[in-house]
Design a protein around this ligand. Sequence first.
Ligand code: GRF
Length: 203
Amino acid sequence: MKLKLAILGSGSGSNMQSIVDAIEAHTLDAEIVCVLTDVPDAKILERAARHHLPGRYVSCAPFRTKLDGAAQEETIRLMREAGADTVVLAGFMRIVKPALLAAFPNRVLNIHPALLPAFPGLCSWKQALDYGCRVAGCTVHFVDAGTDSGPIIVQKAVPIEPNDTPETLHARIQVQEHIAYPEALRLLSEGRLHIQGRRVIIR
Ligand code: GRF
């Protein structure tokens, strides 16, 4: 089934770009129906414009770290109006609240730059490096009411090299993110993801 994606991002939008590229290469049956950001000058809006995708800034004031209240209602309204059936959090630096999850049940996905459940929260690649891990990675998961806690769809591991800095490690993780997100969305579009409790069964 062709997915109708709403993308929510706060930053550069490189994950959105990987999804755009997969759609344009016909390896992902999807359409991006809207791109929303909480940062007025986010680069993700430039990327959206370059691909003629409808992009828009939504002010999330007065909240700093969550999407709540009127801003969340407006976001839901815009996504519905655009005909979205799936919400893709792609570097969206806010916690979404239950109203959005209820509006798109089992249809909100996120990418996190760590092998969850290790290192939820911010700058996870740095957390992994500081901890002395030998392996880092990324996770695409369904979003639930917790933080980086929903059922896991795809994970990619990335070795940590002796000379890694937070920047080199994050860059290497992002290469895998750009493979993982289109892969997870492809599985969703093919109707192959089945949530059973905490687990996602791929058939
Ligand atoms: C990625 O590292 C993602 O895992 C994290 O935020 C970053 C977004 O990067 N959630 P981009 O905006 O997609 O380039």
